[in-house]
Each structure stands twice: as C-alpha cells, then as structure tokens.
Design a protein around this ligand. Structure first.
Ligand code: F6P
Length: 386
C-alpha cells in the first residue's frame, strides 16, 4: 500500500502532528507514505511524462523524517490555496500550458491531469488535510474514483460534519489570552479595547473566545452590529464593578450598522478575486472614540491566532484523526472525512463538506440584544453547548 498526504489552505498548528500520526500508523502497517508539497499545487506540478523535476514536489515520509515535527506550527509539506478544478493561467506549470483549455475567466479544470498524476505516483489512497476548499476538491476526486480519506483543519471551524477542526483549539487559546492581556491596558487607560478575530463568515471563533475570555461584549459575523446600541452597553461596561475599561471581541466578518466608514477603509481582494476581510475592528474603535469621547483601540489578532506550536487539544485531535484515517483506509472505507461529533471520533461521507461553511446557530447560542454568547456547557461546532 502506498498513500499520499497533502495539506491545503492556510497553515494551522496541528498539521504537523497529523502528518506525523498518519505516517507512523501507515509505516507500522508496512505502507509507504509520500508527502506532496504545496497542497494541490504539488500534484499539479508533477509531470507524468518526465520525472526529471518531479522530486521537488514530493517528500518521502517515514518515522525518521517526521521525528520531532509535532513540536512546531506550520506544515512541513507547505501549503497552497490552489484548486485543480479552477487553475488560473498564471499558475499553470509550463509543461502543461499547451494542453490547457481555459474558460472565459482564463481558468481551467485540470482534474484529468491530476488523475494521471495520482496514477503515475501509484497512490492507493490520498489523505488531504484542509478546510472547505481543499476538502471540496477532495470530494471531487472521490467522485472520480480516487480513494480519499480527508482530515478537516481550519481555525474558522466551519467545516460541516465535525464539531472541531485541527487549528481551532489553538486559535481560541490565543484569542482568550489576548482578551485577558488587553484587559490590563484597557483598564489602565479606562479605554475600550476591540479585538478583531479571524474566522471569515463564521462567528464561532469570536463567540467561543468572547465567552471563555469573559469579554464584555462579543460581536459575531452572523449578526449585523447596531453600533449605537453596542456603544450604550459599552458605556455601562466602562463603569461596571471596580474595573475601569472594557474589552470586546468582534469577528472579522462582522458588519457595522450606523458606523462611519472612512475613506481609508480599503476593499481588498486576494488573487482569486475573493474579498479580503479585516479592518472592521479599526472602524468600530474609531467610531466609538468619536461617539463616546473615550479612547478606544483595536487589535487584529490575525495570523497570531494560527501561529506557533499547537496547544494540547490540537495535538490530541490531530493524532486521533490521523489514526482513524489510516484505520479507515486499511478497512477500504474511503470517500470519507474523519471528525468528532458529540465527543466521539467518527467519519462522515466527504460529500458533506460540499454543504458550505457552517455558521453559528444564532437563535441557540447568541443574545443579539446584549451582544453576549448564550452558552451554558461549552462544546464546539454543531455541539456548541451540550
Ligand atoms: O488568510 C486569512 C483567512 O482567510 C481568514 O480570513 C480566515 O479566518 C483564515 O484565514 C482561515 O484559515 P484556514 O485556512 O485555517 O481556514
């Protein structure tokens, strides 16, 4: 048996322990493991007709080459956000260009090439580790007959079919720390600290970090923020108890109602034309300062949420997911994604990842009137409160 493994999308702490675990479990069964560098871009770059330059896209993995990697964040295999069913002309390897057929946006579906490469590498199964985008393409390969066994990772925790993804626990831990630490600054200056958290259009990072970090208010991506009402509540918070100052968290994907946008607020897009989020905290802090006459500052925690070594819970789920993935491949039970539901490790058909990103169930878990999480016994994802 020979399996391939790749990591796609943004890097998160926990990817290296997952790579290590899959490798250890596979090697213990006498299998070969081939790491594919740079996610799907690595497979795209392999030339089945000429092996001369193919080694740069591959990393043979075994117990020795993966020793110690679990201590570090990032991914030894590196990663890319490219999806082989929508490859831009600019990302096409030179040896492929003459064969490519582009649509009117000059993007091409390179799946036939990917299938040839998987065949050329003699892979009996493929283990893609990623979020929505990576797993969406994994599902496509599953439909094409490739035995895939996916592992969910994203700090946003918005993959359907699992309560927790690799990277989310570390993101929450880093965010709670920021809330606690910035409280001192907010208190010292009797000011309002606004901490903006990544999570795209899911408010789960903000909701759970706000709850566990005891932020005074939490604004999530799913609920437009009535700035006037929020300002009134923060005014009360500033005077509450013995502590001066207030700290709130806000999802990067939140929208503000009634805030003054500034001409400096740029609309940024990535190279695929997707709107880049980030900056809502700055706009809010500026508005609060003007509106309330108290100092407000903002901090984008951004990539620090997914940087550095994994916290224990990320190492733990990465290992459990890795073991389960290899067990399922050994049993011939592919076309699935491993996951954790209601405290139990399990797997779901990989097609579930096509249901789109999950979002916070606002009715159940959020108090819109007070900008407060409504959580009693905290869980994660679809089991946010047991
Ligand atoms: O690169 C920024 C960003 O897309 C954020 O908007 C988002 O919260 C995060 O990265 C997603 O990361 P991941 O790749 O773990 O899903």
């Amino acid at each position: 048996m020979r399996i391939g493994i790749l990591t796609g999308g943004g890097d998160v702490p926990g990817l290296n322990p997952a790579i290590q675990q899959v490798t250890r479990e596979a090697c213990a069964r006498g299998w070969q493991v081939v790491g594919i560098r740079n996610g799907w871009a690595g497979l795209l770059g392999i030339n089945p007709d000429d092996d001369t330059a193919n080694a740069q896209h591959l990393m043979p993995l075994d117990r020795h080459t993966t020793r110690g990697i679990d201590r570090f964040g990032g991914t030894i295999l590196h990663t890319a956000r490219l999806h082989p069913d929508t490859v831009r002309e600019a990302d096409m390897p030179a040896f492929l260009e003459p064969q490519a057929t582009y649509d009117d946006r000059r993007w091409a579906d390179m799946t036939p090439h990917i299938l040839r490469v998987i065949d050329h590498l003699k892979l009996d199964a493929l283990v893609p580790i990623g979020g929505d985008g990576t797993l969406g393409y994994a599902a496509r390969l599953g439909e094409e007959g490739v035995p895939v066994l996916a592992i969910p990772k994203t700090m946003d925790n918005d993959v359907q079919g699992t309560d927790v993804c690799i990277g989310f626990p570390t993101a929450i831990t880093r965010s709670i720390r920021a809330v606690h630490e910035l409280r001192g600054t907010a208190s010292a200056e009797a000011s309002i600290g606004v901490i903006e958290l990544m999570g795209r259009h899911s408010g789960e990072t903000a909701l759970l970090a706000g709850y566990l970090g005891s932020a005074d208010r939490t604004a999530i991506a799913e609920v437009p923020v009535d700035v006037e009402r929020l300002a009134a509540l923060l005014t009360q918070d500033l005077r509450a108890g013995g502590e001066a100052g207030a700290v709130m968290v806000i999802s990067e994907g939140a929208t503000l109602e009634g805030a003054q946008a500034s001409a400096d607020d740029p609309v940024r897009t990535d190279k695929f034309g997707n709107k880049r989020l980030g900056g809502v905290g700055d706009t809010l802090a500026r508005d609060l300062t003007q509106r309330l006459g108290v100092p407000a500052f903002s901090l984008q925690l951004a990539y620090l949420m997914r940087a550095g070594a994994p916290v224990s819970q990320d190492s733990l789920i990465a290992r459990a997911f890795g073991t389960l993935a290899v067990e399922l491949i050994a049993a011939g039970n592919t076309g699935r994604m491993v996951g954790l539901q209601n405290g139990k490790y399990t797997s779901v058909p990989i097609a579930r990842t096509g249901e789109g990103a999950s979002q916070v169930d606002v009715e159940r878990y959020y108090e819109t009137a007070t900008f407060m999480p409504r959580i009693t016994r905290p869980g994660m994802g679809q089991s946010l409160s047991f």
